[in-house]
Ligand binder design. Sequence first.
Ligand code: NAD
Length: 412
Amino acid sequence: MNENKVVIQKKVIRNISLTAHPAGCARYVRDLIEQARSLANGSSPDKRYLTVTGLSLPKRVLVIGGSTGYGLASRVVAAFCGGADTIGVSFERLPTESKTATPGWYATHVFDQEARKTGSGSVSLYGDAFAMETKEKVAQAIKETCEGGQVDMVVYSIASPVRTDPQTGVTYQSVLKTVGEPYESLSLDIPLEKIISVTVPVATGEQVAETVKVMGGEDWMLWMEYLKEQGVLASGVKTIAYSYIGPEKTYPIYRHGSIGMAKRNLEETVPRIDGLLASLDGKAYVSVNKALVTRASFVIPVVPLYMALLYQIMQEKNLHEGCLEQAYRLFTEKLYGVDAVATDEMGRIRLDDWEMRRDVQEDVDAAWLLQKDGEKIAGGNVISCVQEYDRLHGFGYEDIDYNLPIDPREIL
Ligand code: NAD
């Protein structure tokens, strides 16, 4: 046996997966690509979506945070539905002889392979998006890779617990806490599928300010300023960042919590970026997306219980979507569709429209009332949430032999 080969098993502690499987991650990305292609050409059995025929999708796209979750889905749609050249930036742990990389590292390598097979330009940079050095490398890559040395679209899809301010060198940490008073709620012990009670603690004023520093709009603005200064933004450029609102029951932990303060700040950055891009006839947007299982969302207190109930209800109503379908709808119906971009009264694109439908939320409320502390979850689709989490780490595919030793550095 090759001594560099090890058996890679799923290992999850406190809703964080410590491992990722190279073959499974490759499979995950190829499935996303296949799904995107079939939606685009109308061969998908899912008939809720329009094909891309006649649409002018962007041809040169930068995705900051493009290795997993919403960012990866956006990059897949850009490249495999719109035929765009793409540049991706992500922060991933590299593999060693004995330790796996984080899933985005495998996903990104496979994405590059597949995109290049189609003739699209595909360049991926691994580094800290908050650092000046990364912004410089990306501007250079745009100049070298994209036609005319410019991009038509910039997706900002970062979810990070920490940011070092490049100007001051000070490091800030984001927290997932409430603002004002602690919040007691039911939550879900995912492995046991059991309802538990949790008390989410209050963030200090300083912690709220730090969370805004990390997950607010400051870095998005810095990116756009730098890219404009470098002349790598095309005329008519669009930039988009992702936000979340959710139902009132999760407000204390999300919308009114420390992360919600950061999202509010992100949304308030839009008019400032619009001002910056005015001379290019460019436009910034925030899209409020659906609650979905990703590496970032699975660690938010209370939200996994909400997602388990929501998944079941949306699946029953044939309204459920994953990141890929959300990104597809964003590109084909919201941002580059035949109609003008529709926004709410705050100027936000609402991709959470199906999640927030009254009948969906009434059913979630009714399901929530059935939950009892200490008992197994009543209803909900925990299996679907766990399967999604497992698959984005390359686990849970029946036809992959997880007992077979594999080199963690292998790209499959
Ligand atoms: P994710 O964890 O799947 O993706 C986060 C991405 O950010 C990864 O590509 C990661 O490599 C990258 N990243 C993190 N720190 C970085 C750094 N320092 N430098 C470069 N890249 C870095 O998370 P996600 O859920 O897809 O979140 C993406 C965005 O979507 C976030 O802004 C999140 O708030 C928002 N959003 C998520 C949901 C949801 O339910 N998952 C809903 C609405 C909005």
